[in-house]
Design a protein around this ligand. Structure first.
Ligand code: NAD
Length: 302
């Protein structure tokens, strides 16, 4: 852990290993499941046959099994009606073996995603998208909140580098989506950072970003964040996952121009292998939290 943060700029930044951090979280989840004699149940619902979504869902189901969970996957056809999906959610809400329900997004256009998310029992909303959980997070009711997995994973990585005490750090979050940007900003605020949200209408985002001790980029624009956006010594978390075409078929890149930004930063996440693996690990942690609460009626941490 770097206690003298932010340090002076370095040409050998700490490359944050998201795979190793995720593995450590999964080991803890599995150990807790065994020690507590719990069988958390995770239901993952896939509508349609988008290949990327199918891979995400398969990975989530596989990790759940590895953690000792009951893992159920529900595949609905691409033309499934909203009523059919809502009916399935009602069944899962009532199923005592299921503690976490995840509906893979995006959904086909005949289905209103907002309506579907709000139909999930907030106690089983392991994605943290229900407005009850959004409300818990934004009011600071952290014991009650199920927090969206990607921001939770990003926070975990930040704390793995600079420790749990983030008081007074200036964090700039780029992107204001409900899935990443806004909950990320709320989490950092909860940890006493001074938080600025940068978005597509921000005047001079580079100048705002240059003030940051911590930068979290969640935009979806390959290489948007360049060296002149970064204060030397900053910690840089790249949430972006963007496929770019290359002569040899394409590769994944983040929202940060890694080659120019890395030498300026104290620590940086690579893409792939940074925030990505943490998302699934946090989903397992959220499902364990939901299972504990639904099984024992106890609030986690009591
Ligand atoms: P989104 O499209 O919902 O939101 C993007 C946000 O970026 C918007 O709020 C917009 O205002 C902002 N934005 C767009 N252009 C901008 C610009 N030029 N300057 C500043 N801000 C700008 O996307 P999202 O769902 O939040 O995802 C963002 C990225 O993170 C994507 O690449 C996505 O693939 C990735 N992602 C990764 C994970 C993971 O597990 N690592 C999870 C979710 C999303």
């Amino acid at each position: 852990m770097n206690t003298a943060f932010p340090s002076s700029p370095t040409s050998t930044p700490h490359i944050i290993d998201g795979k190793a951090a995720a593995q450590a979280v999964l080991i803890n989840v599995k150990a807790a499941v065994e020690a507590e004699g719990l069988t958390p149940g995770l239901a993952v619902v896939l509508v349609g046959n988008d290949p990327a979504s199918a891979v995400y869902v398969r990975n989530k189901s596989r990790r759940a099994e590895e953690c000792g969970f009951l893992s159920r996957q529900y595949d609905l056809p691409a033309d499934a009606s909203e009523a059919r999906l809502l009916e399935l959610i009602t069944e899962l809400n009532a199923d005592p073996a299921i503690h976490g329900i995840l509906v893979q997004l995006p959904l086909p256009e005949q289905i209103n995603a907002y309506k579907v998310i709000q139909a999930i029992d907030p106690l089983k909303d392991v994605d943290g998208f229900h407005y009850v959980n959004v409300g818990h997070l934004s009011t600071g009711a952290m014991k009650e909140a199920l927090v969206p997995c990607t921001p939770l994973g990003a926070l975990h990585l930040i704390q793995s580098v600079i420790g749990n005490d983030l008081r007074g750090k200036h964090a700039v979050v780029i992107g204001r989506s409900n899935i990443v940007g806004k909950p990320m900003a709320n989490l950092l605020l909860q940890h006493d950072c001074t938080v600025t949200l940068v978005h597509s209408r921000t005047a001079d985002p580079a100048a705002v970003c240059r003030q940051a001790d911590i930068v979290v980029a969640a935009v979806g624009v390959p290489g948007l964040v360049k060296a002149d956006w970064i204060k030397p010594g900053a910690i840089v978390i790249d949430v972006g996952i963007n496929r770019v075409e290359t002569p040899d078929g394409g590769r994944l890149v983040g929202d940060v121009d890694y080659a120019t930004v890395a030498p300026l930063s104290t620590a940086i996440t690579p893409v792939p292998g940074g925030v990505g693996p943490m998302t699934i690990a946090m989903l397992m942690q959220n499902t364990l939290k939901a299972a504990r609460r639904l099984t024992t009626g106890e609030q986690p941490g009591e």
